[in-house]
Design a protein around this ligand. Structure first.
Ligand SMILES: O=C[C@H](O)COP(=O)(O)O
Length: 324
């Protein structure tokens, strides 16, 4: 195991991966109704109000991969997003909360936008995450997918969000999945790798557990639910199964793996629900950007609106909190 300093200065052990262990997941059974029931109770048993709510929302910003992954992205849009990542809340909200400094966990963009993001974030300490490997479908030859990782790194990416070949999961070809992810991890070098499982394409929660385990065995630093482009993106039952797999892997190996729900999360309520999941299933260490990221292109606006209300007692029109 090698010690690794994350972008936020928290020391953690980086997952080196292990040889493929089929017996850790081959016979796994997932009780879907029980997972759904457990996920449903997460948000009903706790009522988070006032200062506590504000603190959870500020933490959500610290853990957010502020994202733009659209076909009409431009360098201008990316620069505006980076400005928002540096200063996610209006001055009066920062003052009202008594905060001096706050920034997002990362900015997440397409590979051709990495250069613009890296320049705009220079000196901020905010990492640039790039999607790669034929995002979102991953249906490209492996050598081109690996070359895309190298391109993004060359442009200045600090983190790489890879996509897996869903067919390997649907066909139960675990060794092909393992080999692919291990090759990607090697191409990432020192950059942390998040493995996007595209859970909405994987058909069963059992497949979600198995794909999570293979990704971690192959050396993923984070497992991530979705690209934001599948028909169904991040859900709490899927996330519960992934964090249980993560907990099992950590228990077996001692490595702490990060979790990134992504896709379709838009509200402050979502931000709190996923943090409750992390706290209840894994504990406080998984509420820091080193081990938890919320991948979202349009959640920050609602969080800012709720924090504005907390500080001023009034709801501002959503147009006042433009972008993200
Ligand atoms: O990785 C992040 C996701 O692509 C963001 O999805 P979203 O646009 O639905 O928030």
């Amino acid at each position: 195991m090698n010690a690794d300093a994350t972008a936020h200065g928290t020391n953690t052990l980086r997952n080196a991966g292990i040889p493929l262990q089929l017996d850790w997941f081959e016979t796994i059974a997932v009780n879907t109704p029980a997972a759904e029931r457990r996920a449903a109770t997460l948000t009903t048993r706790r009522s988070v109000k006032k200062e506590w709510q504000a603190a959870w929302l500020v933490n959500a910003i610290r853990c957010m991969d502020l994202t733009t992954l659209a076909g009409d992205d431009t360098e201008d849009r990316v620069r505006r997003l980076c400005a928002k990542a540096r200063r996610p809340l209006a001055d009066h909200i920062m003052e009202g909360l008594g905060l001096d400094r706050l920034m997002t966990g990362a900015v997440c963009v397409y590979p051709t936008m990495v250069g613009a993001a890296a320049r705009a974030l220079e000196g901020s300490g905010i990492p640039v995450a790039s999607v790669a490997t034929g995002f979102p479908a991953g249906l490209m030859p492996l050598d081109l997918r690996l070359a895309e990782i190298r391109y993004a790194l060359d442009q200045g990416a600090d983190e790489i969000d890879i996509v897996i070949t869903r067919a390997h999961v649907l066909d139960g070809n675990w060794s092909a999945l393992y080999e692919e992810i291990a090759a990607m991890r090697e191409a990432c070098g020192a950059a942390h790798m998040k493995a996007i499982l595209a859970t909405g394409d994987l058909k069963t929660l059992r497949n979600v557990y198995k794909a999570s385990m293979v990704a971690m065995q192959a050396g993923a630093d984070f497992i991530k639910t979705s690209t934001g482009k599948e028909g169904v993106n991040a859900t709490l039952p899927v996330s519960l199964v992934m964090v249980r797999a993560l907990r099992d892997y950590s228990h077996e190996t001692g490595y702490r793996i990060g979790f990134k729900p992504a896709g379709g999360m838009k509200t402050a309520k979502d931000a709190i629900a996923w943090q409750i999941l992390m706290k209840e299933e894994l504990g406080n260490p998984w509420l820091s950007p080193a081990l938890f990221r919320l991948g979202a292109s349009s959640m920050l606006g609602d969080i800012e609106r709720q924090l504005d209300h907390h500080v001023t007692g009034r709801y501002a029109a959503s147009s006042r909190h433009a972008l993200a």
